[in-house]
Write a protein that binds this ligand. Sequence first.
Ligand code: SF4
Length: 456
Amino acid sequence: MLNALDMFSIGIGPSSSHTIGPMKAALLFIDRLKSNNLLDKVFRLEVHLFGSLALTGEGHGTVFAVLNGLCGEDPKTVNPDKFMLLVEQIKTTGKINLAGIHHIGFNYDSDMLLHKKEFLPQHANGIRFIALGKDQHELMCREYFSVGGGFVLDQEQIKEAKLADNNTSVPYVFSTADELMALCLRDNLTIAALAFKNHLAIQTEEQIRHDAMDIVNVMHESVLRGISTPGTLPGGLNVRRRAPGLYEKINESNLQTDSGLQRLAAMAYAIGVNEENAAFSKIVTAPTNGAAGTIPGVLEYYRNFCEDVTDAKLIDFILTAGTIGLLYKFGASISAAEVGCQGEIGVACSMAAGALTAVLGGSVSQVEKAAEIAMEHSLGMTCDPIGGLVQIPCIERNGVAASRAIDIAKLVLLEPEPGRVSLDSVIKTMMQTGRDMQMQYKETSLGGLAVNVANC
Ligand code: SF4
């Protein structure tokens, strides 16, 4: 079962599908070894990364994430400062401490295998773990798939029906925008109110508010760190952190009264969060890490420059954005390895535009229209990160998406009439476009900017 807040998870950068997902997969494998009383029998362990995880895995931090996960580190609580150090330790000592309790030898060169030309048939982001006993016999072999947004499916789950089909234990069951809007209309609910009622099936009111504000607060903190931390990003591209300098210039004059400067500030907020993401810092997956700046950029804009902002409205913003994200998760994909950047920044822009429209007083149908416009004009967006790093074009693209989401919300609030294109039809189109997109434009760094711009 998925609910609106499941579209957000607090974790470490730079990629939800290539960092958070693989880290969770490693933790799942370790848990399985433990529950089968096999952990202390493991003598050797092989990690096999396939397809997109192998092609962009080093730049996206996949190998670091997997090794941290095998040591029992969780993406939500891992100390970003120790994340890289642990890997250096493993490489230099040739040893790994599984689950933090069982030391074995680990030869990074021969036990961490990147299959750059091989894709597992089930999904572009596949990982296989093989645990071996003392006499080299296989104790356990499991495959996991990082399907976007930090979600992970194992080899059995990936064969099952679509996630939406399992969503039956909540009062409001929907898998399309039309179904969602009909339920809102029938019971006279906003999208946020419907999402809240669905969450009540599994959580108390206090827990829902606490979890939503946790997301709001981590987003806010990542904005503040982003606009105040200068320097150069890791990875070798020598990308300068731009957000502090940009924000300083924007903040020099009439920021509180000039709407143009306010939109530029939203861009700086979004850029700052994605610079934090690229620096392996703490951020909220929204709905992915590559797109983690767009929603916080728009939310910060709302907090700083709009009227009558309350905690209740901030929660409404998050619940509305999350519900729009679910529609993409149910009807298409949020994995760039499946559909390109449409599924990351396109979806984030759609979620942000709809959520801002809602908290600025838009109707359910205006929220749908804003979400639709944001995706309609993101269709075909490819994923081609230079050097396999979540930096160029990712960081700036978040700033552009944040500004676009604000403009779309304002446009839609001027026009109460429904649009000609429905959100459902644009979600369907987005998925078809993703299927038709050539593999080199889907998080492989084998095409587009990744091959046409020098890496230095
Ligand atoms: S180009 Fe878009 S989809 Fe690809 S890594 Fe960057 S943000 Fe993610």
